[in-house]
Write a protein that binds this ligand. Structure first.
Ligand code: 4AD
Length: 458
């Protein structure tokens, strides 16, 4: 290191973090000497010059080694993913050349910390993860594929979306709570419960925090949570995980129409908040160039209208027959319809028989419930919500209808004894929302380490 050169500028992230220099910063410090840290994303040698694209999760920087620096042993044997510290002068790229943020670092010193050199030869990352690697192997190597540009963009957008939910929920004066994951009650049917031994009692991993959120209304007002939900899904599909992030809200003293309006507002505000960060917007548009903000109000379609639509368009039910009232609209049919309509749809008023026990009947048509699914092109259902039965006797009837013993639900039924209220809520699958926003084929690519039928590693 040449100590006679000007001391490197330390680009501040904020005042509490004076030492870290991120590669996404620095377009404003062209002409100054900086110190950067990162990993070798790509490297290219050209006679006497070596070009390195350095990556640190905040951005990319082109670094140039010339003269003796390019001839050092460490430079000659440099492997991809090696992490390094580099000092040099940031300069504008010459006219006609391209580099991230239109600047490049002319290095005068670099250091590879002992033990930080990435494996080379047969074990080089490019030999373990490439275009030709088998799909199953790539899944086992998620810890390495995460470093890819698309995977990391999706996860960075995910971080922004999750943050946006918190921001918008605060704007809407909703309070965050953290319900338990280990429970003794079901919410969405026994078929997908993960059961385990809890100190010699039966317990489950939660399917939804809804029932707990409902208990918070009297003390905290409108509430939300972003927690994991678990479903023992027994098939492999593009949109089912065994563990997923569930954004759930519960609103007090509302009507069904209020619920729909809230959902529209929430989703649009979250998208606006997310896209207000230029880097995140850039990532979304790179992943999903056709992305357009959805128009409000969302299209409303009753279940019976959907059945008519499916019959008209000759999309059969799971038995290969024309859809009829009472059929569960299967994933494939739902997606065909959503893709054809090609805009967000609120599908409402499902028959009680195909929905959860807690959903109240519609006053005007007791065959159906005050329920809603929000469907998005490319993915299908991303939100499920409803009003909740608030009358004690009606709820007890509902337990009887689906043959669930209400005893373990005493804390839930008590809500109907002590100051019940008309209320409703919803759950949004974060990975499905992201699959739609980032145009990903499967929700598996929208979480860090996906868990689904047959996979619990890495
Ligand atoms: O429609 P669901 O089952 O509704 C509930 O759990 C309600 N109790 C939520 C509530 O009202 N608080 O699930 C809600 C959403 C779905 O629309 C979907 O986006 C997501 O959760 N979801 C899944 N996402 C990934 N993998 C799975 N196996 C999912 N199951 C549901």
């Amino acid at each position: 290191e040449d100590k006679s050169l000007p001391a490197p500028v330390r680009i501040k992230l904020d005042d509490t973090d004076p030492a870290k220099i991120k590669l996404g910063n620095g377009s404003d410090v062209k002409g100054t000497r900086v110190r950067v840290f990162g990993r070798v994303h790509r490297e290219r040698r050209q006679k006497e010059v070596m070009f390195i694209t350095l990556r640190d999760g905040y951005g990319f920087m082109q670094v140039i080694f010339t003269g003796p620096l390019a001839k050092t042993y460490d430079a000659i044997t440099l492997t991809r993913e090696t992490s390094m510290e580099i000092l040099g002068e940031l300069r504008e790229v010459p006219a006609g050349a391209h580099a991230p943020n239109s600047r490049e670092l002319h290095a005068d010193y670099f250091k590879i910390h002992p033990g930080c050199k990435a494996a080379g030869g047969d074990d080089a990352i490019t030999n373990r993860v490439s275009k030709d690697t088998e799909h199953a192997t790539l899944l086992d190597l998620r810890h390495l594929t995460l470093r890819g540009e698309n995977s990391s963009k999706v996860l960075i957008v995910r971080d922004a979306v999750e943050h946006a939910f918190h921001v918008v929920y605060k704007d809407l004066r909703m309070r965050k709570v953290s319900p338990p994951a280990l429970v003794q009650t079901q919410v969405e049917g026994g078929a997908t419960l993960f059961k385990f031994n809890y100190y010699n009692e039966d317990a489950y991993l939660t399917q939804s925090s809804q029932l707990y959120l409902e208990t918070c209304l009297p003390s905290m007002g409108d509430v939300y949570c972003i927690e994991k939900s678990f479903r023992a899904e027994k098939s492999l599909t593009r949109r089912h995980l065994a563990e997923y992030s569930h954004v759930e809200g519960e609103l007090d003293f509302i009507t069904f129409e209020d619920l729909l309006e809230h959902l529209e507002l929430l989703m649009c505000r979250v998208l606006e908040e997310t896209m207000s960060d230029p880097l995140i917007k850039q990532y979304v548009m790179e992943l999903n160039p056709e992305f357009q903000m959805p128009e409000r109000p969302f299209m409303r379609m009753k279940y019976t209208e959907a059945i008519d639509w499916l019959v008209e368009h000759e999309i059969p039910n799971e038995d290969g027959e024309p859809h009829k009232f009472g059929d569960d609209i299967a994933e494939a049919a739902e997606r065909k319809m959503t893709d054809a309509i090609n805009r967000p749809i609120f599908l409402t008023h499902f028959p009680a028989e195909i929905k959860a026990f807690y959903m109240p009947k519609d006053k005007d048509d007791p065959r159906v419930t005050e329920s809603v699914d929000c469907l998005m092109p490319g993915v299908g259902e991303i939100v499920g919500g409803s009003m909740r039965i608030h009358d004690y006797d009606e709820l007890m009837e509902a337990f009887k209808r689906v043959d669930i013993d209400p005893t373990p639900y005493y804390w839930y039924t008590d809500q109907r004894k002590y100051g019940s209220s008309p209320h409703g809520g919803y759950g949004l699958g974060l990975e499905r929302f992201l699959a739609w926003l980032c145009k990903q084929h499967t929700v598996r690519d929208c979480c860090l380490y996906p868990r689904y039928f047959g996979r619990c590693k890495p």
